[in-house]
Design a protein around this ligand. Structure first.
Ligand code: 6PG
Length: 239
């Protein structure tokens, strides 16, 4: 099953998402001494990350390790970089220790090598299966999440935790990506989708109603961790 919560506007959605993540990371850090978060990209996270910096108790960040659910294969200072998004909206505000930040090797080639490299980083950190405390995900108007696109062979991946791929034609930005696979996302303790905007409402409705079309076409519908994923929506996305 999936759990849905609806907030009246994008500001309140961002605040709820930031609070949820800060709380979940705090609980994980209390329980296990450290916490792990897989960050997302796109435009929705910007405000969320700024608010996380505001809302978290000062002693949290020393215990949080930052990873990425996906990134575009560009240098870390490129405008399309998801690393850069987190750097500018979160890290520049909280100054995490460098050893707590685990960026995807987005300028390593070939992509297969980069994927293997990041998988190694995950295995080293988790000691096996990546059990992220929080995986933060967005939703595309085509139903994609992280960089798992409709029709992609990456959706059938059963073994690798990370893969490299080129997005289908028409996807912007048209850049190669590294992404966590469904097995990696589904191993998380909390998967949090944060979705706003009218243009996403058809996809949200299909996923919520588990329509045959959504289940077949939308990668986000195939995210199925052991604990139900939580969907935070604004009123437009839920309409
Ligand atoms: C990426 C993302 C991607 C994103 C959705 C939603 O790197 O592109 O991780 O999966 O979350 O495309 O993006 P918006 O927030 O911009 O709608």
């Amino acid at each position: 099953m999936m759990e849905f919560e609806v907030y009246p506007n994008p500001q309140e959605l961002a605040r709820a998402a930031a609070l949820r993540m800060v709380e979940a990371l705090g609980r994980a850090a209390e329980a296990r001494g450290r916490a792990s978060l897989a960050l997302s990209g796109g435009s929705t996270p910007r405000r969320i990350y700024q608010l996380m910096a505001d809302l978290a108790p000062a002693d949290l960040w020393g215990r949080v390790h930052f990873f990425w659910g996906d990134d575009r294969c560009v240098p870390g200072d490129h405008p399309d970089s998801n690393f850069r998004l987190a750097k500018e909206n979160l890290f520049d505000l909280i100054n995490p220790a460098p050893q707590n930040v685990h960026p995807m090797p987005s300028d390593l080639r070939p992509l297969e090598t980069a994927a293997i490299e990041y998988e190694k980083e995950l295995v080293d950190f988790f000691g096996g299966t990546p059990e992220f405390d929080v995986v933060h995900l967005g939703l595309g108007t085509d139903g994609h999440t992280a960089s798992l696109f409709p029709g992609s062979a990456a959706l059938d991946e059963k073994r690798a935790w990370v893969v490299g791929l080129n997005p289908p034609s028409g996807v912007r930005p048209d850049l190669p990506r590294l992404t966590l696979t469904l097995p990696a996302i589904n191993a998380a303790r909390l998967v949090l989708f944060v979705v706003g905007g009218m243009e996403k409402r058809e996809v949200v409705r299909g996923i919520r109603d588990r329509t045959p079309k959504a289940m077949e076409l939308f990668p986000a519908a195939r995210v199925a961790p052991a604990a139900d994923p939580l969907w935070l929506l604004d009123a437009d996305a839920a309409s």
